[in-house]
Design a protein around this ligand. Structure first.
Ligand code: PEP
Ligand code: MG
Length: 580
């Protein structure tokens, strides 16, 4: 049986599935309850429901006035706790089948999922989601855990989950987890970005993998094409083992070639750097031929910590990265939490639209202490190598001014304490909100460089939630509006004499390379694993061919037309180098 989703990270893995079921509750066991213990089991189930109700009511009570509109969802959830389909059925199953409460609840959930399976009405589909959400809350109470600890899984398995948060994904132990697949998520969700960093195959957005796969089932994950095969026959296994070997040898050839500098066949020199989420990934950037760190996403040090890390902890991490990379540049991006990377201890309000909420620089300006601590750590690290500071999600000029004030304050305090740092540190901003594209000329006067974050630029310009599978078909890097915006930013940076770099996932996909270079971007930063392939594509292109091609591409009206044009001009080069 084969199911298809979105390719999260390339590569093939074959192995036993390990189900991380029901939003974080591990595999549910079934056991029988003797007649004498039946009453106690019912009490245990009812107590879990009561605990869930109390918890929901507490959340509603604490919902601030201005967000009361959203608490109606939670009120619906409270009402659903007594629902016949859920509560009634679970009780009935315990009583009639003499099974444990977890198993009864799981069975009730399966029945609900089956009942709603073929329903296309959006409203009813959402109701199904609500019931399951409520059921999952009860389940966590019954099992007594809040969520499964991914770091503690000690088998060589492939994870199968409804969803994995970026924090959970970053806890994956590489020596144990071969790959993972999820029902939700899209190509540029932070979960799939981390999968690519970990270099493990991943397929996301499979919709119902958790319903179709059981723990210990043999599955094949083809992260390159986004396919998952369940219970493969002998012939299929042999075929995929062969493909896995081809993938590994193709990768080895590309990696060997990646030591050479990136330049087009007619001599246009480019700079190719790596994106990292954790300091340990520096090695991977160097091994894959990266010429620096174009984006160090620093939020994972906060996501994986019980509270805000202190200045010394941050400084030690940054210093390690800077020293290893020296004299190559290290671009440290300041904290970009919230959105899809919420940190429990830093989030004190429920946000209805977190992607449009108190994310990134907005959070940092609201919490200047947290920001200043990080800036001091970055400045201190700048004494040990070539450091640049990058500020995310800038949407107006005053945010740059305010951020600079706090940076100056951090610098002054270091100065007073006699602690060394680079006084001329380069300061750049992420261009990932449409207003920043439009204001690029004025913003360029305030900073030393731009870094185009296409993941968010596409999300915010095309109004497409980057993690939502339902609209992932509309997440189009080749949308003419996106190309025009990138072209505009590159032109402005050229006129104002500042550097411009691209660090979104688009930069690491060979298909987009002719467009990106054609638009005048000469510095790219990507997942380290993408560097060898991208460099190899660059070496086959000619600057002179790109000039004519980009003019034609910019006259097109649709992403499809632009893709056809790319394939027509460069299809041969791209397919020769693509992973098998
Ligand atoms: C982006 O938005 O393109 C980007 C590089 O930042 P992140 O993916 O961390 O939001
Ligand atoms: Mg971003």
């Amino acid at each position: 049986m084969m199911i298809e989703g979105t390719s999260g990270a390339p590569g093939i893995c074959i192995g036993k599935a390990y189900l991380v079921d029901t939003e974080g509750v591990d595999v549910v066991e079934k056991y029988y309850i003797g007649r004498d213990a039946l009453a106690d089991e019912l009490i245990r189930f009812k107590a879990a429901v009561k605990e869930t109700r109390d918890e929901l009511l507490e959340i509603i009570r604490n919902t601030p006035e201005e967000l009361h509109q959203s608490s109606y969802i939670l009120e619906t959830h409270v009402a659903l706790l007594g629902d016949k389909m859920l509560y009634g059925r679970a009780i009935e199953i315990i009583e009639k089948q003499h099974v444990n409460a977890e198993w009864a609840l799981k069975t009730a959930i399966s029945v609900i999922k089956t009942m709603f399976q073929d329903i296309t009405d959006d409203y009813l589909k959402e109701r199904k989601g609500d019931i399951i959400h409520v059921a999952n809350r009860i389940m966590t109470k019954l099992v007594g855990v809040e969520s499964v600890n991914i770091a503690e899984i000690d088998k060589r398995v492939i994870l199968v989950a409804s969803d994995l948060s970026p924090a959970q994904t970053s806890q994956i132990q590489l020596e144990r987890i071969k790959g993972f697949i999820t029902d939700r998520g899209g190509k540029t969700s932070h979960t799939s970005i981390i999968a690519r960093s970990l270099e493990i195959p991943a397929v996301l957005g499979l919709d119902n993998a958790t319903d179709m796969i059981a723990t210990d089932d043999i599955i094949i994950v083809d992260g390159t094409t986004g396919k998952v095969i369940i219970h493969p026959d002998e012939e299929t296994l042999v075929y995929y083992e062969e493909r896995r070997n081809q993938f590994e040898s193709h990768k080895a050839v590309l990696v060997r070639g990646s030591r050479q500098p990136a330049a087009t066949a007619d001599g246009l020199r480019l700079q190719i750097m790596g994106n990292i989420e954790l300091p340990e990934e520096v090695v991977s950037v160097i091994d894959n031929g990266g010429e620096g760190i174009g984006l160090y996403r620093t939020e994972f040090e906060y996501l994986n910590s019980p509270g805000f890390p202190n200045e010394d902890e941050l400084f030690e991490k940054y210093k390690d990265v800077v020293e290893v990379m020296d004299p190559r540049p290290v671009t440290i991006r300041t904290l970009d939490i919230n959105g899809d990377k919420s940190v429990p201890y830093a989030t004190d309000r429920y946000e209805l639209n977190p992607a449009l909420g108190l994310r990134a620089i907005r959070y940092c300006l609201k919490k200047p202490d947290v920001f200043e601590t990080q800036l001091r750590a970055i400045l201190r690290a700048s004494a040990f190598g070539n450091v640049r500071v990058l500020i995310p999600m800038i949407s107006c000029c005053s945010e740059i001014d305010q951020a600079r004030l706090i940076l100056d304050k951090a610098a002054e305090s270091l100065e007073k304490e006699g602690i060394p740092f680079n006084r001329d540190i380069s300061v750049g901003i992420m261009i990932e909100v449409p207003s920043a594209v439009i204001m690029a000329d004025r913003m360029a006067e305030k900073v030393d460089f731009f870094s185009i974050g296409t993941n968010d630029l596409i999300q915010y310009s095309l109004a497409i939630d980057r993690g939502n599978r339902e609209v992932s078909h509309l997440f189009q890097p080749l949308h003419p509006a996106i190309l025009r915006m990138i072209g505009h930013v590159a032109d402005v940076a050229g006129e104002k004499g500042i550097d411009v770099n691209m660090c979104g996932e688009m930069a690491g996909d060979p298909l987009y390379i002719p467009i990106i270079l054609g638009l005048g971007i000469k510095e790219l930063s990507m997942n380290p694993q993408s560097i060898p392939l991208v460099k190899s594509v660059i070496r086959s292109l000619k600057k002179s061919d790109l000039e004519f091609f980009i003019k034609e591409a910019l006259t097109q009206a649709s992403p499809m037309d632009i893709e056809v044009l790319i394939q027509h001009n460069f299809g041969g080069i791209l397919s020769e180098r693509a992973y098998p």
